[in-house]
Design a protein around this ligand. Structure first.
Ligand code: C2E
Ligand code: CA
Ligand code: CA
Length: 566
C-alpha cells in the first residue's frame, strides 16, 4: 500500500546490489519516502542510469559485485557528462573501501549491515538535499498562498507517479472559481487571496486522507491528481461548503471537471481533458460538475476537425444558405411576409452538419465572422435575384452572432453590403439573440442603435430565453420580438404556457413592436397565436428551411394566390 507521504516526496532512488536480501532491506527502509528501482549488477546499473538519468535523485551502490564492480561503475559515471551529476552513496562492509570510494567521487557511504534505518534515511535525504540545492527548490516548488505545488513541479511529480506507480489509478480533477476576477473586484484582492488559501488548505486536508498531489496554476485553477473517488459531487460539495463557511455573505461558486484514469494516458493529457470538462460547466451553477467521457472526446475531435475544415469549406462552397418563410398570420389565408436565412454545411465526409454544432464553435474563436459575412452576401444576392425574377422584394432576415456585435467594423460592413447590392435597408432584417443584449448591454445597445437608425429592422431572437427585464426592453432598439420556440411547444396543452404567450403578446403591444412566433408546427398552435393577435409565424407547419430552388415554389404559390407584394 502506498502512503501519502511517499506521494509527496516521490523522488527516485536506484538501489544496486547483487544480494536480494540487501535490496529487500533497503526497500523496507526507503519505500515509505521514495520511489525505488533496482539493479542486480554493474551492467544493469549502467543501463538503468542511462534510462532514468533525468529522474534519478540518487544511487545506492554496492561496491562488491561480480562482472562490474561498484568502483568501475563510479569511474564510468564520473566520466560521463550526462550522469556525473547524479549523487552516489556506496554500500560496503569494508571500512577501508570508504576513502577510496569518496576519492572516486562517491557522495557518501553507508556501512553494512543496514541496522539503523534512521541513519540511512538521514544520509540519503541529506545528499539529495545537497545535490538539489534544496532551499532554492522548495521556494519554487510550493505556492506560498495555497501551500500546494506550483504547476511545473506538479506536472513533473504527476509524471513520476504515473510512471512508477502504475497500479495506483489516479484521476485528474480540475477545480475552478466562477468569475474569480469579479470576486476580487467586488471584495478586494486580500479577500480573494483568503479564498485561494482556504481552498488550498481544504485540498491538502483531503490529500492527507486520500492519496495524491495538487497544485494551483493561473490565478484560480486547481489541479488535483488523486486516487479515484467514488463520488466527485461529494468532493465538490466539500470544497464548496468550506468556501461557504468563511464567506457566508458572498456568493462564490466552484466548478469541477474530472477525467478518470485511462490506462497509458499521461497526466498532462488527462488534465487537458479535465479542464475541458470543467469549461463545459462554466457558468452553470445548477450543474457545476462534469466528468469527461467518450462523448466529450468525440465532440472535441469533431470540433477540432470542423475548425480545421472551415477555410476549405468556404473555398469549396460547402456552405449553403437555406431559407425558412415567415407568414403574416393575421391575413386570411396567411401570406408570405419574409424569410430567415439559415446556414447549412454540406461536409464532403461528415455529411450535413447542423448549425447548432458549428456556430457555437466558431463563435468561441471569432471565425463566425467568416460564416456570417458569407450568409449576408448570399442573402443580399438572393433578394436581388428574386426581385429580378418575380418583380417583388422578399425581405430576408439574417442572424448576427453575439461576437459579430463586438466587431467594430460591423456597422460599416452591413451598410456597404446594402449599398453595394442596390437594396433598401428594410430589405435586410437583423436577428440578434436576446442573450447578446444582456451580455454586455451598453456596447451592444450602441451598435444596434446605430444599425436601427440607419434603417435596418432589428429582431430580438429567442426572446424569453435570456433575462431582459421589462424596463431594459423598453429602452432597447427592437422592431420585432421573436418569441422562443419553447413557449409555443405546449400552448395547446398547457394553460400556463398559453397565458405566458398572451402576456408576451401584450408586452409587445405595449412596446409597440411586432411578434414572430418561432417553431409553429401545428394548426392548433397557429390558431391560438392568431387569436392572440400575433403578427407573424415561422415553423414546420408552413415549411422547413429550404434551399433557394425549392423556396421559389413558395413564392410562386403566393403569386398565384394573388399576392401583390410581400
Ligand atoms: P434560430 O435563429 O433560433 O433559428 C431557428 C431554428 O429553429 C432553425 O434551426 C430552424 O431550422 C429551427 N426551426 C424552425 N422551425 C421549426 C419548428 O417548427 N420546429 C423546430 N423544432 N425547429 C424549427 P437551425 O437552422 O438548425 O439553426 C439553429 C441555430 O443556429 C439558429 O437558431 C441560429 O441561432 C443559428 N444559426 C443558423 N444560421 C446562422 C447564421 O447564418 N449565422 C449565425 N450567427 N447563426 C446561425
Ligand atoms: Ca434566428
Ligand atoms: Ca430563434
Amino acid at each position: 500500500m502506498i502512503k501519502s507521504k511517499q506521494i509527496h516526496n516521490p523522488r527516485l532512488v536506484l538501489v544496486v546490489d547483487d544480494h536480494e536480501i540487501n535490496r529487500d532491506a533497503l526497500e523496507v527502509i526507503l519505500e515509505e519516502d521514495y520511489n525505488i528501482i533496482f539493479a542486480e549488477n554493474g551492467m544493469e546499473c549502467m543501463e538503468k542510469l542511462q534510462e532514468y538519468k533525468d529522474e534519478l535523485s540518487i544511487v545506492l551502490l554496492d561496491l562488491n559485485m561480480p562482472e562490474m564492480t561498484g568502483y568501475e561503475v563510479l569511474e564510468k559515471v564520473k566520466k560521463d557528462e550526462a550522469l556525473k551529476h547524479i549523487p552516489i552513496i556506496v554500500l560496503t562492509a569494508d571500512k577501508s573501501a570508504e576513502l577510496k570510494a569518496l576519492e572516486m567521487g562517491a557522495a557518501d557511504f553507508i556501512t553494512k549491515p543496514f541496522d539503523i534505518p534512521g541513519i540511512i534515511l538521514a544520509r540519503v535525504g541529506r545528499i539529495i538535499e545537497l545535490s538539489e540545492g534544496r532551499k532554492l527548490i522548495s521556494a519554487a516548488e510550493k505556492d506560498p498562498l495555497t501551500k500546494l505545488y506550483t504547476g511545473s513541479f506538479f506536472f513533473e511529480y504527476a509524471e513520476r507517479l504515473f510512471r512508477y506507480h502504475k497500479k495506483l489509478s489516479l484521476d485528474a480533477v480540475v477545480l475552478n472559481i466562477e468569475q474569480f476576477h469579479i470576486v476580487n473586484a467586488l471584495n478586494g484582492r486580500d479577500f480573494g487571496d483568503d479564498i485561494l488559501s482556504l481552498i488550498g488548505g481544504e485540498i491538502n486536508r483531503f490529500l492527507a486522507e486520500s492519496v495524491g498531489i495538487a497544485c494551483r496554476t493561473g490565478a484560480d485553477n486547481f489541479n488535483i491528481y488523486c486516487v479515484g473517488q467514488q463520488d466527485y459531487r461529494e468532493l465538490l460539495r466539500r470544497f464548496q461548503s468550506a468556501v461557504n463557511d468563511i464567506a457566508p455573505n458572498v456568493r462564490i461558486h466552484l466548478r469541477m471537471g474530472v477525467r478518470t484514469c485511462q490506462e497509458g494516458v499521461e497526466p498532462v493529457i488527462l488534465f487537458d481533458q479535465a479542464r475541458a470538462a470543467c469549461n463545459v460547466v462554466r457558468g452553470d451553477y445548477q450543474n457545476p460538475l462534469m466528468i469527461y467521457d467518450d462523448n466529450m472526446y468525440k465532440r472535441e475531435l469533431l470540433s477540432q476537425r470542423l475548425l480545421n475544415d472551415l477555410r476549405a469549406a468556404v473555398l469549396n462552397k460547402q456552405f449553403k444558405v437555406y431559407y425558412q418563410p415567415k407568414y403574416d398570420i393575421q391575413s386570411d389565408p396567411p401570406r408570405l411576409a419574409s424569410a430567415e436565412a439559415l446556414i447549412r454545411w454540406k461536409h464532403p465526409e461528415l455529411g450535413m452538419i447542423s448549425p447548432g454544432d458549428f456556430i457555437p464553435l466558431f463563435e468561441g474563436n471569432g471565425l463566425i465572422g467568416i460564416v456570417d459575412s458569407f450568409v449576408w452576401q448570399e442573402a443580399a444576392h438572393q433578394i436581388s435575384e428574386w426581385r429580378q425574377k418575380y418583380g417583388y422584394t422578399l425581405p430576408i432576415s439574417v442572424n448576427l452572432s453575439r461576437t459579430d456585435v463586438y466587431d467594430l467594423t460591423l456597422v460599416d460592413r452591413l451598410i456597404s453590403l446594402v449599398e453595394n447590392s442596390g437594396l433598401d435597408y428594410k430589405d435586410i432584417k437583423l436577428e440578434v439573440t436576446e442573450s447578446a443584449y444582456t451580455d454586455n448591454a451598453r456596447v451592444v445597445l450602441d451598435v444596434i442603435h446605430r444599425l436601427q437608425k440607419k434603417g435596418f429592422d432589428i429582431e430580438m431572437d429567442d426572446f424569453g430565453s435570456g433575462y431582459s427585464s421589462l424596463n431594459m426592453l423598453s429602452e432597447m432598439p427592437i422592431d420585432v420580438l421573436k418569441m422562443d420556440m419553447k413557449f409555443i411547444r405546449n400552448i395547446e396543452t398547457s394553460e400556463t404556457d398559453r397565458r405566458l404567450v398572451n402576456l408576451i403578446l401584450d408586452i409587445a403591444r405595449y412596446l409597440n413592436v411586432k411578434v414572430v412566433a418561432e417553431g409553429v408546427e401545428t394548426e392548433g398552435q397557429l390558431g391560438i397565436l392568431k387569436d392572440g393577435r400575433c403578427h407573424l409565424a415561422q415553423g414546420y407547419y408552413f415549411s422547413k428551411p429550404l434551399p433557394p430552388e425549392e423556396f421559389e415554389k413558395l413564392i410562386e404559390k403566393e403569386l398565384q394566390a394573388g399576392g401583390e407584394e410581400f
